[in-house]
Design a protein around this ligand. Structure first.
Ligand code: SF4
Length: 267
């Protein structure tokens, strides 16, 4: 085994905001154990011990949620202390985190910098687009807080991707969204199609049809390609992978390779 991919959900499905289309809250609502609670430091230590006990040459630790930062920065500091202590064979380790960006502050920035994290932050677009569905429990928009914190990542040269959920509303604003991301100097974009609820009627305000998603990609591609031709390349993961396929190269995203890589989910 060369790579060990651990997808860790230290805060289980807990989140500090309440997006209308939240995929994971729907998953947790439909499984036997809704909430596994926060991961203890003992479990983290055992997990890290077992990981280094394999023959993996590289271990990828990816944190996800719910909202993984909700567990608190002390958990992450302990996690890294255990990694430093238990990595006796000099295994290559990589860290990434997927966050809604709400809690990011200077302390998190220091941690991300120290351990060279790749950070994925969810931002659907400019203010009115993002605030349509990504709201607090009091139904207030979260754009201002998230955008301010992304700027903090940017200022501190943290590697980050923008993850943008494409839904029924965003489809109307592909031009605005792309221009806004460009103006913000965001270089790595991922557009993710919004999923309907498991037992939903596909008729929610956010429900995305195949046609609407196709239209969004088509319109965004025109803008992206025009920039590409003018030497102003922005990475859009889906397009990058399509180009790889067309050129007969191996795409990097597993959905386009045609098979998944093995990920061990720990919650
Ligand atoms: S930030 Fe993510 S986990 Fe939290 S409610 Fe929104 S979609 Fe769900």
């Amino acid at each position: 085994m060369n790579n060990l991919n651990l997808l860790i959900k230290p805060s289980s499905g807990n989140c500090n905001i309440n997006c209308n289309y939240c995929f994971y809250s729907d998953v947790t609502d439909n499984r036997i154990t809704k909430n596994y609670g926060y991961m203890t430091k003992e479990i983290a230590k055992k997990l890290i011990f077992e990981a280094f006990n394999t023959d993996a040459k590289t271990i990828n630790f990816a944190f996800q949620g719910g909202e993984p930062t909700l567990i608190g920065i002390d958990f992450f500091k302990s996690f890294h202390n255990f990694v430093n202590k238990l990595n006796t064979k000099n295994t290559i380790v990589n860290f990434s985190i997927q966050t809604n960006g709400i809690l990011i502050n200077k302390k998190w920035i220091e941690l991300f910098k120290k351990y060279n994290y790749l950070v994925g932050v969810s931002l659907d677009g400019n203010k009115h687009v993002h605030d349509t569905f990504r709201k607090t429990f009091k139904k207030e928009g979260t754009f201002s807080q998230v955008y301010k914190n992304i700027k903090l990542l940017q200022k501190n040269n943290i590697n980050f991707n923008i993850l943008s959920v494409v839904n029924k509303n965003t489809v109307k604003y592909s031009h605005e969204i792309y221009s806004f991301f460009k103006k913000s100097h965001f270089k790595y974009l991922q557009f993710i199609p919004c999923l309907d609820k498991l037992n939903g009627d596909f008729n929610e305000d956010f429900s995305l049809t195949q046609e609407a998603y196709g239209e969004f990609l088509h319109n965004t591609f025109q803008l992206w390609y025009e920039d590409f031709k003018n030497g102003k390349y922005v990475s859009i993961r889906f397009f990058d992978n399509l180009i790889s396929l067309i050129l007969n190269n191996q795409p990097e995203s597993c959905d386009m390779v045609g098979h998944c890589s093995i990920n061990t989910v720990v919650e």
